[in-house]
Design a protein around this ligand. Structure first.
Ligand code: PMP
Length: 417
């Protein structure tokens, strides 16, 4: 499960003192396991409805056909499937990725694509290549927890920019960039998840995208566009990618984790040629070569399987789950609670009445047999206490309805209703 918090004190491993604590590099000192991880062990108990994890429902894939495909890779590709490959990734797969990206309106050349071990590795490589300790990285508030962890691991100064229902606040972004310039500080990039944001579920409007790109171009700042959920849209109109609106100042990240399988670990970055070359060198030192085998499995999947239809199947399933969550929230949530209404992706962001601490409420929720992720983990600065991320990707609609009932029981307990 991809969760996700950094609460434990450096030097502690559970209750034991780590004898190597004096040896770690500075950058490793902030790398600590989350106290909420313990919650995830609880959340996976069968009696708990987990609205916490962001795991795709891979059970919707036709396992038998995937098994045949894997067998065919071994019998038809032979030893080539078992050999080293390149750090940039299989060239045929990169062509197929370009074909996949046309569904997002992106026109790209295979040479500008680097395959990565999920888009998570792209985040790591980009941060490795661009960020020195103390450099500013701007992100939406809240943002993807493992991106925060990656930026923190490279000792970035992470600064947040607020969002509203239309996406990140372009004026606040402008002000953050102006302030950094006044401080004489370098902003290395602005990291954004424009579609069905993790955790907020918000999609940036077309007007906001134009405003954000105008601000970033005026300040000459690089944009990292992380788009793993873009094709998981259940209603509303697709929006143009920032990549297609930019002029060489956007690195685009894609992934098959949500539209095929996270276990295959295939993601990618689309970057200007000079940056792509640096990323490939960083990838070589990180892992030498990709898994040739996994790439060939995915190559065959994209070549022989009706994958566009599979995405439609995923969308029908997730759309029904999203509807189950939103209708249950509307029917049951106590007054004073608010939540976002995502047009796609996996997540709803709910905010409780002032004074209720979502993290402090978690034990009560677990007693009610429901789990969620408290909001604070999605900020680098301790905000988010009254908020929580609710995911609808994994539980069935019936489980979601029951989970929301239990959650509301916990909230009412806190409100002393
Ligand atoms: N970015 C975002 C916004 C995500 O939600 C995730 C997965 N939870 C990732 C990147 C990483 O995904 P992967 O490495 O599986 O492609």
């Amino acid at each position: 499960m991809s969760a996700d918090h950094r609460e434990q004190q450096p030097g502690q491993q559970g209750s034991r003192i780590d004898p190597h604590v004096g040896r770690y590099a500075h950058r490793a000192q902030g790398m600590v396991a989350s106290e909420v991880r313990a919650l995830f062990a609880v959340a996976s108990r069968p009696e708990i409805v987990s609205l916490a994890g962001g795991m795709p429902n891979v059970a919707a894939l036709p396992l038998e056909q995937i098994g045949d495909l894997v067998k065919d890779v071994v019998s038809e590709e032979g030893t080539a499937a078992l050999q080293y490959g390149s750090a940039q990734g299989d060239p045929v797969l990169r062509e197929q990725i370009c074909d996949y990206m046309t569904l997002e309106g992106i026109d790209a050349a295979a040479d500008d694509v680097i395959v990565t071990v999920g888009s998570q590795q792209a985040l790591d490589l980009i941060t490795r290549v661009f960020v020195d300790p103390g450099d500013i990285v701007l992100t939406e508030a809240p943002t993807y927890v493992t991106a925060i962890n990656t930026f923190a691991a490279f000792q970035a100064d992470i600064r947040h920019v607020s969002m509203d229902d239309g996406g990140v606040d372009a004026q606040e972004l402008d002000e953050a960039l102006t302030r950094a310039a006044r401080e004489g500080r370098t902003v290395k990039f602005f990291y954004t998840i424009p579609n069905f944001q993790n955790p907020a579920g918000i999609t940036m409007t077309a007007e906001r995208r134009a405003a954000v790109m105008e601000v970033c171009e005026r300040h000459d700042v690089l944009v990292i566009e992380d788009n793993p959920y873009g094709l998981l849209r259940y209603d509303g109109e697709a929006q143009p990618t920032l990549y297609s609106m930019g002029h060489g100042n956007v690195i685009y990240l894609g992934s098959l984790s949500k539209t095929l399988s996270p276990g295959l670990r295939i993601g990618w970055a689309l970057a200007p040629a000079a940056v792509r070359a640096k990323l490939v060198l960083a990838a070589e030192s990180a892992m030498l070569s990709h898994s040739t085998f996994n790439q060939l499995v995915v190559r065959r999947y994209l070549d022989t399987f009706p994958w566009r239809e599979q995405i439609k199947t995923f969308n029908a399933m997730y759309g029904e789950r999203r509807d189950a969550m939103l209708s249950s929230l509307s029917a049951l949530m106590p007054e004073g609670c608010t939540w976002t209404e995502p047009e796609g992706g996996f997540f709803v962001w709910a905010t409780l009445p002032e004074g209720i601490d979502a993290k402090a409420m978690l034990p009560r929720a677990v007693t009610e047999r429901v789990a969620y992720v408290p909001g604070t983990g999605f900020y680098a600065d301790g905000r988010g206490r009254s908020s929580m991320r609710l995911s609808f990707c994994y539980p069935t609609p019936e489980q979601i309805r029951e989970g929301v009932r239990r959650l509301v029981g916990a909230i009412e307990g806190e409100l002393d209703l």
